[in-house]
Design a protein around this ligand. Structure first.
Ligand code: TXA
Ligand code: MG
Length: 353
């Protein structure tokens, strides 16, 4: 593709200027990297098929993976959705603006390229004010995937998007670190019972409280069979992956720690650089190892995960041993790390005596 000079505008220094420039670029058919509360997005006018095609090109994204359409207010929803079910309406009223994308029947105004040929479209009204101001100023819905090269960890800092997309996009709006840190919860709300296709900061429990029922798609934590039809195309790709080899360990805390310590010391003896990722309450097991902690709870793990996955590459590690604790780190982080590991999961059984 043709190379472009990439300009970064800091919204903290020139808020008005940043919004104006981003909106103008979108209306010109160009691409803009912009902050949201989840991760940085790579946005284009959702009505402009050529602009949307440029998103796929810049990211190297497979054509069959649909994009999320971002709106600034409820008025814009009418141009995006052909039908909004009662379930969808409740989710929007309860959680918008916020980190949840609601799948509804697509309006004819949204090109098939956006939805990758599906009859549905995922819509989200972000909480981040810069994001909403850009969309409102442009006056069109904005199609935006995460602003990373396809397959790499999503960007939670403008610098991450710059690393991946410099020379491929004209404009990056820097709005500081993303507060949530993992992508939005994706929910199919075309039926009565909402189905979580991708977990995020809005949990299945929160959805159940709002709607009265919820299902979590089985592909959230497991691998799809090769010929299985997938509800959300994004679920079938290896994703979020650093260059380093990632292995996820689950099971009894102490037994997992024993297994990881063994692997780590084999690596050290063979001059391979390894690092352990774990939650605060497990650091005591890894005194002899290089360790990075993701904090004490799901919120801190979500905020840290993608940054840490990029840092392990910057620091040149060969192997990453991830001490998983679903009850502490939550479903969203488990889902991402399983994909980052390409489903390399070791389940450690408790030793019977
Ligand atoms: O937080 C987020 O959602 C970020 C920010 C920028 O808003 N965006 C994001 O987009 O993560 P992306 O393209 O990286 O992920 C979109 C996910 C993919 O897994 C895709 O398959 C799924 O949403 N998706 C989109 N439209 C869909 C549809 N109509 N049916 C099923 N899944 C859909
Ligand atoms: Mg993505």
């Amino acid at each position: 593709m043709k190379m472009t000079a990439t300009k970064t505008v800091f919204a903290s220094k020139d808020y008005e200027g940043a919004i104006k420039e981003a909106a103008a670029e979108i209306l010109r058919g160009g691409l803009v990297v912009f902050p949201t509360e989840t991760v940085y997005g790579l946005g284009a006018n959702a009505f402009d098929v050529h602009a949307v095609e440029r998103i796929f090109e810049a990211k190297g994204r497979p054509q069959d993976n649909p994009l999320i359409v971002h709106i600034a207010d409820m008025e814009q929803l009418a141009d995006v959705a052909a039908e909004v079910t009662k379930t969808a309406r409740i989710l929007m009223e309860t959680f918008w603006p916020g980190p949840i994308s609601v799948i509804v029947k697509k309006s004819d105004k949204i090109p098939d390229t956006v939805s990758a040929g599906l009859a549905t479209v995922a819509v989200r009204m972000p909480q981040n004010e810069i994001a909403r101001a850009i969309i409102a100023r442009a006056g069109v819905p904005v199609a935006a995937p995460s602003a990373n090269t396809s397959g790499k960890p999503s960007p939670t800092l403008a610098m991450h998007a710059y690393e991946d997309l410099c020379g491929k996009v004209p404009l990056i709006i820097d709005g500081g670190p993303c507060s949530v840190g993992v992508e939005s919860t994706v929910v199919d709300a075309t039926g009565e019972v909402p189905i979580v296709l991708r977990p995020g900061d809005i949990t299945p429990e929160m959805i159940k409280r709002a709607v009265g029922s919820v299902k979590v798609h089985k592909a959230v934590l497991s691998e799809l069979a090769k010929d299985e039809v997938c509800a959300s195309p994004g679920m079938k790709y290896k994703h979020y992956a650093p260059r380093a080899n990632v292995i996820v360990f689950t099971g009894d805390k102490k037994e997992v720690a024993k297994s990881i310590n063994i692997r780590y010391h084999i690596d050290s003896a063979d001059s391979r650089a390894a690092v352990v990722l774990c939650m605060d309450d497990c650091t005591e097991y890894y005194h002899g190892c290089k360790t990075v902690t993701l904090g004490a709870d799901a919120k801190s793990a979500e905020a840290a995960l993608f940054r840490v996955l990029r840092e392990v590459d910057d620091d040149g590690y060969d192997n990453v041993y991830f001490h998983a604790q679903e009850d502490v780190m939550g479903l969203a982080v488990m889902n991402r790390i399983i994909r980052a590991a390409g489903h390399m999961i070791v389940t450690v059984k408790e030793e019977k005596v």
